[in-house]
Write a protein that binds this ligand. Structure first.
Ligand SMILES: N[C@@H](CCC(=O)N[C@@H](CSS)C(=O)NCC(=O)O)C(=O)O
Length: 277
């Protein structure tokens, strides 16, 4: 087993902040690839507003999607610390936030869902019914999140947690994989019902059966990457090119430190959609 496979993904928020700063971004994604620019142009052509937003302490990506015509919008994986930024963007773009959806009950940061509901009345929180968390709407595999003429299809992708969902845009051009599939990595499986076998099956049977050109947008990146594709991850993800048995060995030997905020983030996120703040 190669030592590099056992190494955790680098967690370098400082570098990520540095990259964002060099690009002159304030809360935007840390790097801008040609692929991302292309994707944003294509989205505009189809009448979709699409923004990838970044929270530098937990290296979390929040995604804003909206229908240009109806103005209905959805935020995926908002973070408490950047909820005001997100609410301001929604207002500036003249959008109506219909839903704040979490891909799962996060362990490394507090969701911005509760605060967004307060700042943008009418917004409803969404999370998987298998997460154990409260929300206005709990969903499962096959449920859709509609905004204007678009919808997100929910795929159940457990393994990092039991309640992990991957949200797939109706035309299958984008998948929001949460902490199941990361770019050249994947979510850890050592707490919150984590199971390397379940994660391997989720990624291979659900995410890797999406079209190869489907863009992969994860909930985190610790290295400055912003987007990948299903095909790219199938070929190049060092953990997912392994056989299941090798994958399980790697995942059981990552020896990662606990996320700094886990002890208060998980209890807060179990109330994600219903707390006042
Ligand atoms: N250092 C960070 C936590 C980093 C971490 O554990 N990330 C998780 C996703 S958030 S629970 C993960 O699955 N990482 C996979 C990996 O291989 O690194 C903090 O303290 O917040």
């Amino acid at each position: 087993m190669s030592a590099s496979l056992l190494a955790p993904l680098r967690t370098l928020p400082v570098r990520a902040i540095g990259v964002a700063a060099r690009l002159g971004g304030s809360g935007g994604a840390p790097a801008c690839t040609g692929l991302r620019t292309y994707c944003q142009r294509m989205s505009q052509l189809s009448g979709l507003v699409f923004r990838q937003l970044f929270e530098p302490v937990s290296c979390t990506y929040t995604y804003l999607l909206a229908d240009v015509k109806t103005k209905e919008a959805v935020l995926i994986d908002p973070v408490l610390e950047t909820a005001e930024r997100d609410a301001q963007l929604v207002k500036e773009l003249g959008l109506k936030l219909k839903y704040a959806a979490n891909t799962h009950c996060h362990a490394d940061h507090i969701t911005g869902t509760g605060l967004l509901k307060k700042m943008l009345p009418g917004c409803k929180s969404i999370i998987s019914k298998h997460s154990g968390a409260k929300a206005d709407i709990t969903i499962d595999e096959g449920d859709t999140i509609k905004f204007g003429k678009f919808y997100l299809d929910s795929l159940s992708t457990p393994g990092h947690t039991d309640g992990c969902l991957t949200f797939v845009l109706n035309d299958k051009s984008m998948a929001f994989t949460g902490d199941a599939l990361l770019i050249r990595g994947c979510g850890r499986t050592d707490f919150q019902q984590g199971s390397p076998n379940k994660l391997y099956q989720s990624i291979h049977q659900k995410i890797f059966t999406l079209p190869g050109e489907c863009l992969v947008y994860p909930a985190h990146d610790y290295t400055g990457s912003t987007v990948s594709t299903v095909d790219e991850e199938k070929r190049l993800n060092p953990r997912l090119i392994l056989k299941e048995k090798e994958f399980v060995y790697v995942m059981n030997n990552l020896n990662l430190p606990k996320p700094d905020q886990i002890d208060f983030a998980v209890p807060a996120n179990l109330m994600c959609g219903v707390q006042d703040k």
